[in-house]
Design a binder for this molecule. Structure first.
Ligand SMILES: [Zn+2]
Length: 231
């Protein structure tokens, strides 16, 4: 039940493929770039802390020939997205078809630093596009132990004002999928069509027994390890 080893991480995706899910990015979901007759598995990764563990995830995805949407922070106290080593990690993931998006902290940065977050988001998107030589289609709001909710930014703003297609919590996805997340680190959490499944700690593999048509998995690299969480 509480297996958060990379061995189990790989097993999840092997089972996804065995159960005939088509693994897609959020961009592909929001752009309807999939066959409606297929079961789809939307694969999202938020990189909060441990960007280096993406190297292991890259190997697994390359071997299984799958991809993900990966959201990266510019304001993480834990990693420097601009370091050359980290740019190379992301380039590898892009080379196998992964989508890159901004893991935004727009309310935090405005609340603590007084920075104009509209201007900031525009510049962050530009920076991502220059750094990674790709088009950015979406953002995912980062949640932290701060008094601000980064999703609030989208109460008065729309992704299209920034040349984007979506915010990861947009209702089109959130209200129409089985969402399973490792965001509690040592246990799974899930929502069906936007509603929390109380005390449901089933793994993604266990959820697949119900054969949901649209599954949406969120994982964080820092939740996963070979032998020990702080290895
Ligand atoms: Zn986050």
């Amino acid at each position: 039940m509480c297996d958060f080893t990379f061995g189990f991480y790989k097993k999840i995706f092997q089972d996804v493929l065995k159960n005939n899910y088509k693994v897609i990015t959020l961009k592909e979901f929001f752009e309807n770039e999939y066959d409606n007759n297929e079961k789809i598995f939307i694969n999202r990764i938020d990189v909060d802390v441990e960007i280096g563990r993406l190297k292991t995830i890259y190997k697994i995805f390359k071997e299984l020939e799958i991809k993900a949407s990966i959201y990266l922070r510019l304001h993480s106290p834990e990693y420097n997205l601009l370091s050359i080593g980290n740019i190379k990690i992301i380039q590898d993931l892009i080379s196998i078809g992964c989508e890159i998006g901004v893991h935004t902290e727009l309310e935090d940065v405005n609340g603590y630093c007084g920075i104009d977050n509209l201007k900031l988001l525009k510049e962050e998107i530009k920076l991502f596009e220059v750094l990674f030589q790709i088009k950015i289609y979406g953002t995912a709001s980062h949640g932290d132990r701060t008094p601000f909710n980064n999703l609030d930014f989208w109460k008065n703003n729309s992704p299209k004002d920034f040349g984007l297609i979506y915010e990861a919590y947009d209702k089109k996805l959130w209200d129409n999928c089985l969402y399973v997340s490792d965001s509690e680190w040592t246990q799974w959490k899930s929502y069906r069509n936007g509603k929390l499944l109380e005390d449901d700690r089933r793994t993604p593999i266990e959820h697949m027994i119900d054969n949901p048509k649209i599954m949406h998995l969120l994982t964080h690299p820092e939740s996963w390890y070979n032998n020990y969480i702080y290895e």
